[in-house]
Design a protein around this ligand. Structure first.
Ligand SMILES: [Zn+2]
Ligand SMILES: [Zn+2]
Length: 244
């Protein structure tokens, strides 16, 4: 499978880090109707106290598809500048927020969803796949094998300070393929997938070269030279200036 098509999930194995999706191989076939009963499509009966704590709500453009989210903030949020994302979204880049499949509850339109499998270029429900409203075609999320990558512009009140903070991107992926500039935004930039490619500065100079066989821990140690972390381990506070 070509590299171009093959970057949708990060190499990291942790659930929280399943980052991305138009990826090659290992598509899962599902029985034609099985999906309706499984997360993320399993509809919670909130009136019967189905234990779904609503923190955010979202809807597609036409309103046929609506959903709730039960998590205060995504596990991570990222900007992807790869050309596949640009083309599939008709946008300069993809903004994706990672959630567990159990974090979403479709309150309307679970049967109005359409799928697209970018690996095979067909509309079957093979994972990972893109999920959109079948009527207005608004992209809703990418469904990976373990996680969903939700598109925050559909979230109600996303243009508030609280939402911008909650959905703040932690990195740029495939930064050299960008069609807009982000110089000086203080957000970590990767040549490809996060933590599995070269770490770049704003001008695409390589700060940490990715080498085959480099594992996540080693990459994290190397990153430390260039990034400042918050007290909460793992969260990047800012990118140190190269000349510091
Ligand atoms: Zn719609
Ligand atoms: Zn992408």
């Amino acid at each position: 499978m070509s590299k171009q098509n093959g970057h949708m999930e990060s190499k990291q194995t942790g659930d929280a880090e399943e980052s991305h999706q138009h990826q090659a191989g290992n598509s899962t076939d599902r029985d034609i109707d099985q999906w309706k009963h499984k997360e993320p499509y399993k509809v919670h009966d909130t009136e019967r106290n189905d234990n779904f704590d609503v923190k955010w709500e979202g809807s597609c453009h036409c309103g046929k598809v609506t959903y709730q989210l039960s998590r205060d903030k995504p596990l991570a949020a990222k900007y992807c500048h790869c050309t596949t994302c640009q083309r599939l979204h008709g946008a300069p880049f993809q903004w994706a927020a990672i959630f567990h499949k159990s974090d979403i509850n479709f309150t309307n339109g679970v049967h109005e969803l359409g799928w697209y499998d970018p690996t095979n270029k067909d509309t079957s429900h093979h994972l990972p796949c893109k999920v959109s409203c079948a009527y207005c075609r608004a992209p809703i999320m990418d469904e990976g094998r373990n996680m969903i990558l939700l598109f925050p512009p559909l979230v109600k009140d996303i243009n508030t300070k609280k939402a911008r903070e909650a959905f703040r991107p932690t990195c740029h992926m495939f930064y050299p393929q960008r069609v807009a500039e982000f110089k000086g935004d203080g957000i970590v930039k990767w040549k490809g997938l996060d933590n599995a490619s070269d770490l770049l500065d704003d001008d695409e100079n390589v700060l940490v070269k990715w080498e085959d066989g480099l594992d996540e821990d080693k990459m994290k140690a190397k990153k430390r030279e260039f990034l400042e972390f918050t007290e909460k381990e793992g969260e990047v506070k800012r990118v140190k200036k190269s000349d510091e």
